[in-house]
Unconditional design. Structure first.
Length: 302
């Protein structure tokens, strides 16, 4: 029996996961997973729950997610109640104390980010509004990506102090590449400052603010509420009055109403992914901006 235990122990020690002490990081979305990979490098295993082509407000809570959460050392969430409809029961059922709210292995990425549209006065989810704590789609400003990466670095340093120099070095490298990319993106978007657009859901206010786009209205009457005939009519009139020629639609919404608005107003419908994984070629945080900015510019040129 002794030789068997000895060999088993050798096998455990020889396995790469043990040798490198990899942290299991679970992110609620693919955007956060991409940022965690940037900072964590090969010292972490990163996985995510919501896919980028799904509406992050409404994700089907599959049992397989519970298994993933059971093994997590760190859970990173978007916060601002984006995941409130599906993540809390999964966390609870995982029974993993390391990743519960307030534990060391729980990181709310919104705490360091710049949040827009924070409601003044009484906070309410009245009429089904899914943005009661401000706009949760804040990762669509690369400066918020920078802030979130910094938060992730601090958390990884805390959980693995021995790898602090490694994580800090990865963060510095990410920031250098982000600086260069931001210069490129800003230059590409500069000619289109002030362009009036309409979006389906309120996914793009941070993107619009960063690049000077003017969001005139939304296909949804309120965040999370499907279009109504009266709201659509009002929106069409406003778009004609202000000569809006672009409707940005997240890939998970029905195109029927946006297409009808497009026919009525002459505006072009752009299916624009707000997340990594929203379309096949957007495989990381940099490619998300490359793709969306290129899509926007190409449609403006036509
Ligand atoms: Zn939303």
């Amino acid at each position: 029996m002794k030789w068997f235990v000895g060999i088993a122990a050798l096998l455990v020690f020889a396995s790469p996961a043990f040798a490198q002490g990899k942290l299991n990081v679970m992110a609620s979305t693919e955007d956060l997973a991409s940022l965690a990979r940037e900072v964590g490098g090969d010292k972490v295993n990163v996985d995510s729950i919501a896919k980028g082509y799904q509406d992050p407000h409404f994700v089907e809570a599959k049992p397989s997610f519970i298994l993933k959460l059971q093994k997590a050392d760190l859970l990173i969430v978007v916060g601002r109640e984006l995941e409130i409809g599906w993540l809390p029961p999964l966390m609870q059922q995982s029974r993993n104390q390391k990743i519960q709210v307030g534990a060391a292995g729980y990181l709310d990425a919104s705490l360091g980010a710049q949040i827009l549209e924070i409601p003044t006065g009484q906070i309410t989810r009245a009429m089904g509004d899914v943005h009661p704590l401000g706009n949760p789609h804040y990762w669509l400003d690369p400066e918020n990506g920078r802030r979130v990466a910094k938060e992730i670095d601090a958390k990884l340093d805390e959980l693995r102090p021995g790898d602090k120099a490694y994580f800090d070095g990865r963060l510095a490298d990410f920031n250098t590449r982000l600086d260069a990319a931001e210069k490129r993106w800003a230059a590409s978007m500069a000619p289109y400052k002030g362009t009036k657009v309409v979006t389906y859901h309120r996914s793009f206010p941070n993107f619009a603010e960063r690049y000077g786009l003017d969001i005139v209205g939304y296909v949804e009457p309120r965040p999370g509420i499907p279009p109504t005939p009266q709201h659509t009519l009002d929106l069409q009139n406003e778009m004609k009055r202000q000569n809006v020629k672009i409707i940005m639609v997240e890939p998970y919404f029905d195109l029927k109403t946006p297409n009808a608005i497009g026919r009525d107003t002459g505006a072009k419908v752009l299916v624009m992914p707000p997340s990594v994984g929203g379309v096949k070629e957007v495989t990381d945080y940099f490619k998300l901006f490359d793709y969306d900015i290129n899509l926007f510019i190409e449609s403006m040129k036509k």
